[in-house]
Design a binder for this molecule. Structure first.
Ligand SMILES: Nc1nc2c(c(=O)[nH]1)N[C@H]1C(S)=C(S)[C@@H](COP(=O)(O)OP(=O)(O)OC[C@H]3O[C@@H](n4cnc5c(=O)[nH]c(N)nc54)[C@H](O)[C@@H]3O)O[C@H]1N2
Ligand SMILES: Nc1nc2c(c(=O)[nH]1)N[C@H]1C(S)=C(S)[C@@H](COP(=O)(O)OP(=O)(O)OC[C@H]3O[C@@H](n4cnc5c(=O)[nH]c(N)nc54)[C@H](O)[C@@H]3O)O[C@H]1N2
Ligand code: SF4
Ligand SMILES: [Mo]
Length: 695
């Protein structure tokens, strides 16, 4: 048999590493990092390798499955599309268009056949109930970019390879491989930075990233907003803002600064856990660094003041003259544009959720409101659900309540490759064929990359006759629904044409050379482009958005007090995890268990608990049982639990995952706890009580 190598980017995280797939004949035999990828240069992590497990998993679905009283039954694609189309149209005929809700999970963004096609289906459905994993993740980033720069995806990216000073809050890229920061092989890049300059990590836990940083500051969960305010107040004393480069492009800067300077920062130390002098030193260093960047991720976006944090981070980069500057932070000007004409820049509060009155953002409602929209009777109640590549029962606040809510739906259809904790409730599951047999170009992750890159991923093996690609499923569903609802429907052409068309229209690159570059193309470092790309109505950077200034008042009224005996719960990611869905891969789950609740030894002792013991963890909304592990990476008062465990529920299709110990973080997280401006879930900082599990 002849051996061959084929190349494609990994779709499992934002690093989009180039992978080298080794074949014997048509049999995939090994996966390595592609050393010829000019961007990732051979980097690969355990998950990239686990694609072998995903491809071979006998429990992965390949044909449509309908839930019956006798279990799951396979049906033909045409039967499946017709069934789904008729049911969705029937629910809307009975209860109105918004009675059909949609939830889009994280992997949608990783597949062209999902992200480029789903919007058309959602438009056809005309529902106000669209939800996604974005509202348990990066909504504050998108909201702040929309408010300040006029487009939700005009997000400045850290120029990690050229900066001299990086202040990083609430991110652990050594485990997560970077987020809103596509930089494959990030540990190497961070080590180079610490040799060149300074990396300061602000995180309640001494993470893998903190370990390699120049300095780690253990912040109290949720204290970041105070820290960021203090930094700006200190800068205002150190010296005037460096705004020359932005002359004529700023709106409201003085007003924003005044509002910040007016904030009372009493109790700073108790709110942040960091000494005032330490913060002042950071401000001086930030001011003095030739090229500096402030970056905050998950840990600061999924907290109560996530939007304020992201806004303050933009202002810090602006104040120090590092916004849109080489070695600072700059938006990526991609050759397949996701900003500019014809793209969706965002809007806010055009409608509100029915039960709690939460504002929409960019056409979506906060997923923390989904369960109540299903369970609360009345006009506009959600009665059917479409999910695509998501597992909100494990990944969104009060997953147990959502679990119950899904039981009550009249119809549910899921585009997914597994029967997971969520899709087990579906009446119908439509599984896409392997991504390896599909064309793909990264829309979003190229825009978050620390260099200008493009890669047209070609299929590396043929699509099996009986299977359907993700885009074919979306088109099939759309056509069947439109037929049943008596609406017009024009399916989009295949990805190959869409990619070609998009690159050609933008005209920034020679299409043939992109197509033939099997390892991808590096088009050079980030260059300033923000000022000419602003999409605000004023055409300027809006430094003082009204709704963010208003949120400062909410903050001022928050005394930050904690309930008696409570610990603050935070999350963690492990290099071998991928949210909730890769626990069925033998390569990833082998070795030590990773589900435990970590606590500081002192907190164990004061509760009479010992390392390894089974405990009950309670929050306002629920409880879980799990094991504790002593960890000196945490400060007293903080507990740490990964999300994406708790698979052992009836009827799930992933048996290796189901056999793992561990409970779901989101059986504890609170759907009422939100970053108010965006509606993003405050997953981190949840107050919990831990006690021994007796009996
Ligand atoms: N407590 C807590 N909760 C969190 C987080 C946290 O840090 N702490 N993190 C949050 C974040 S950042 C995110 S992004 C969300 C993720 O939350 P979700 O997106 O809801 O869930 P995932 O676990 O990513 O599940 C993805 C699903 O997509 C399926 N899938 C995989 N590949 C494909 C494909 O190619 N096509 C289709 N159709 N399906 C596919 C998988 O089988 C799986 O069922 O979780 C959030 N929840
Ligand atoms: N191995 C692995 N990689 C992944 C994923 C995965 O599940 N596993 N998921 C992918 C996804 S969807 C995403 S969005 C990215 C996320 O990528 P990152 O943003 O790097 O996410 P985390 O690793 O969760 O890091 C968040 C950090 O915030 C800290 N933190 C918690 N609360 C606070 C707080 O109040 N203040 C501060 N300053 N820090 C706090 C936590 O201790 C944690 O170290 O990772 C992606 N990559
Ligand atoms: S870091 Fe791992 S999961 Fe992420 S793209 Fe690279 S190989 Fe894939
Ligand atoms: Mo995410």
């Amino acid at each position: 048999m002849s051996s061959s190598h084929r190349f494609r980017a990994c779709p499992l995280c934002e690093a989009i590493c180039g992978l080298d797939f080794a074949f014997e004949g048509e049999q995939l035999t090994a996966i390595r990092g592609d050393s010829e990828d000019p961007f990732s240069r051979g980097h690969v992590c355990p998950k990239g390798n686990a694609i072998l497990d995903l491809e071979a998993d006998p429990e992965r679905l390949r044909l449509p499955q309908r839930r019956t009283t006798k279990g799951w039954q396979t049906l033909s694609w045409d039967e499946a599309f017709d069934y789904a189309g008729e049911q969705l149209a029937a629910v809307q005929a009975r209860h109105g268009p918004s009675a059909v809700a949609a939830y889009l999970g994280n992997p949608n963004v990783h597949h062209f056949g999902h992200i480029a096609y789903l919007p058309a289906l959602l438009r056809a459905l005309k529902t106000r109930n669209v939800y996604s994993a974005s509202s348990v993740d990066q909504w504050p980033h998108q909201l702040v970019s929309w408010a300040m720069y006029g487009h939700q995806f005009l997000i400045p990216i850290v120029d990690i390879d050229h900066t001299d000073y990086l202040l990083m809050l609430g991110a652990n890229p050594v485990a997560s491989n970077g987020s809103l920061l596509t930089a494959p092989g990030i540990p190497k890049r961070l080590k180079a930075l610490t040799r060149r300059g300074k990396l300061v990590v602000v995180d309640p836990r001494r993470t893998e990233t903190a370990e390699l940083a120049t300095e780690h500051l253990a912040i109290r969960p949720g204290g970041d907003v105070w820290l960021l305010l203090a930094l700006l107040q200190d800068l205002a004393e150190i010296g005037p803002p460096r705004l020359q480069a932005y002359a004529g492009h700023l709106q409201g800067f003085d007003q924003a600064l005044q509002a910040i300077v007016d904030m009372d920062l009493g109790n700073l130390q108790s709110r942040t856990g960091i000494a005032r002098e330490t913060i002042s030193t950071m401000a001086s260093e930030l001011h003095a660094a030739p090229r500096a960047a402030v970056y905050g991720r998950m840990g600061v976006s999924t907290q109560r003041y996530g939007s304020l944090c992201q806004w303050l981070i933009q202002l810090l980069n602006l104040y120090t003259g590092n916004l849109d500057r080489v070695g600072g932070v700059l938006p990526n000007d991609t050759v397949f544009p996701v900003t500019g004409p014809g793209t969706s820049k965002g809007h806010r509060d055009l409608w509100r959720s029915r039960v709690r009155g939460l504002p929409e953002f960019a056409g979506e409602l906060p997923v923390s409101a989904l369960a109540e929209e299903i369970l609360t009777p009345g006009e506009g109640q959600v009665r059917a659900l479409l999910t695509s590549a998501g597992n909100p029962v494990l990944s969104t606040p009060d997953g147990r309540e959502l679990d119950r809510a899904l039981e009550s739906l009249e119809f549910m259809v899921s585009i997914d490759i597994y029967v997971n904790e969520t899709t087990r409730h579906a009446d119908l599951i439509l599984p896409p064929t392997s991504f390896l047999s599909q064309h793909h170009l990264d829309l979003i992750f190229n825009a978050f990359a620390v260099r200008r890159i493009v890669r047209w991923n070609q299929p590396i093996y043929p699509q099996p006759e009986a299977e359907r690609a993700d885009w074919q499923i979306v088109n099939g569903l759309g056509a069947a629904y439109a037929k049943a609802a008596g609406k017009d429907w024009r399916g989009l052409p295949a990805p190959e044409q869409m990619i070609e068309g998009g690159l050609r229209r933008a005209g920034m690159v020679d299409v043939a050379s992109v197509r033939s570059a099997e390892h991808g193309l590096d088009l050079g470092p980030l260059q300033p482009s923000l000022l000419r790309r602003l999409e605000t109505d004023s055409g300027k950077i809006e430094c003082a958005p009204e709704f963010l200034l208003a949120d400062l008042q909410r903050l001022a009224a928050d005394n930050g007090s904690m309930a008696e005996g409570a610990l603050q719960l935070i999350g963690r990611r492990d290099a071998r995890s991928n949210n909730s869905w890769m626990h069925n891969a033998p390569r990833l789950i082998k070795g030590k268990a990773r589900h435990q609740l970590w606590m500081h030894p002192q907190d164990l002792e004061s509760r009479g608990l010992s390392d390894g013991q089974r405990v009950r963890v309670r929050s306002r909304i629920g409880q879980i049982d799990t094991e504790v592990q002593a960890s000196d990476q945490l400060q007293p008062g903080v507990a740490c639990l990964p999300h994406g465990f708790g698979h052992g529920r009836s009827d799930v299709g992933w048996s290796l995952a189901a056999a793992l110990p561990g409970a779901s973080y989101n059986d504890l997280s609170d759907p009422l706890d939100l970053d108010v401006p965006s509606g993003n879930a405050a997953l981190n900082g949840t107050p919990v009580w831990v006690e021994a599990l007796t009996g």
